[in-house]
Design a protein around this ligand. Structure first.
Ligand SMILES: NC(=O)c1ccc[n+]([C@@H]2O[C@H](COP(=O)([O-])OP(=O)(O)OC[C@H]3O[C@@H](n4cnc5c(N)ncnc54)[C@H](OP(=O)(O)O)[C@@H]3O)[C@@H](O)[C@H]2O)c1
Length: 304
């Protein structure tokens, strides 16, 4: 407990999409302490332990990760250090102090071959260095700290950082036409909603037997990247912005070093049943983020 009466959470990845959302909207009753990567490097077990031992935290939230999926292929050691050894160090240090660990993970632990949304107990089968390193991080967290919640999410967008929604708005302003992949299906998820999901997990930390295990949390409904782009540009056009002509293409027309899962859908039933929070439709969440981005750009334009 701090002087403010709030309980303190140690957050890694505070400069990332999910981290910024948690800093903007901390779980009710908690304050978030977010050391920079220079201060807490997941690749450095000593700095991890130092931070975990620094205060009587109410919980640790691990939103830090190597997230550059394609670059991970050529930087496997760094990706594994952040995504597997880092979570292992966090889990070991937090378990020694009896602290709960909330660890963010990804649909990329699956190969995307299933024809229905993935459930928590479906076998993992990563097809990339990134996915394999994240799957190893999950195993370490589950093995080393019994007080864990692993929150798998997917297709994250937000007003910050590198994400598809921001890329579409940037490219849309520059180009007359845009081609977008239409044969991968997933659940776009706002980082703001992931912060709310972490809040719902934190609300249960004081339970005599707090829920633990793996949970899926992602935006409600499903779409393709083309569907998400279409929604972004609908909102942009409604706000009077110039928008490009969109065309739908196949993944094979847009080769990337890493094959993306064709099916990234996550079944969120277990999360909703356990934490009493249903994800809102991805369309609503996308509209909110697009609205914020357009408003911020207009404000900046007015200042210039
Ligand atoms: N983005 C997605 O579409 C997506 C989808 C599914 C799951 N996820 C998962 O969601 C979580 C959050 O993702 P995000 O999109 O918010 O990521 P992000 O915006 O790329 O941010 C990553 C964060 O991790 C930090 N970081 C990277 N390496 C680190 C290290 N060695 N030590 C400490 N911090 C380190 C970064 O710090 P710097 O800014 O200093 O580099 C940054 O704060 C991750 O676990 C990711 O795997 C993301």
């Amino acid at each position: 407990m701090t002087g403010s009466g709030l309980r303190a959470i140690l957050l890694t990845g505070g400069s990332g999409q999910v981290g910024r959302a948690l800093r903007e909207a901390p779980p009710p009753g908690f304050e978030v302490v977010a050391p920079s990567r220079a201060e807490l490097d997941l690749a450095d077990a000593a700095s991890v332990a130092r931070w975990v031992n620094a205060r009587p935290w109410a919980a640790i939230v691990n939103a830090g990760a190597w997230t550059a999926v394609d670059a991970a292929e050529a930087h496997a050691a760094e990706a594994w250090a952040a995504n597997a050894r880092g979570p292992a160090a966090l889990a070991r240090a937090s378990a020694e102090r009896g602290l709960p660990l909330i660890h963010i993970s990804t649909d990329y632990v699956f190969d995307g071959g299933l024809d229905r949304p993935y459930r928590e107990d479906d076998p993992v089968g990563p097809v990339s260095v990134y996915g394999a390193s994240k799957a190893a991080g999950e195993i370490a967290v589950a093995a080393l700290n019994p007080r864990h919640v692993i929150l798998r999410t997917a297709w994250v967008f937000s007003p910050w950082g590198n994400n598809f929604v921001r890329t579409m708005l940037r490219l849309g302003a520059e180009r007359e036409t845009l081609s977008v992949v239409d044969d991968q299906v997933g659940c776009p998820t706002s980082a703001l909603d992931i912060a709310a999901a972490v809040g719902a997990v934190c609300a249960r930390l004081g339970d005599p037997v707090a829920p633990s295990g793996v949970f899926h949390f992602a935006g409600g409904g499903e779409t393709t990247w083309f569907g998400l782009a279409s929604r972004v540009f609908e909102r942009a056009a409604a706000a009077g912005l110039k928008v490009p002509a969109l065309s739908a293409i196949a993944s094979s027309d847009w080769p990337t070093p890493v094959r993306r899962p064709a099916n990234s859908r996550l079944d969120t039933t277990r999360f909703t049943r356990t934490f009493d929070l249903a994800p809102r439709p991805w369309t609503e969440a996308a509209d909110e983020v697009v609205g914020r981005l357009i408003a911020a750009a207009q404000e900046e334009g007015n200042r210039a």
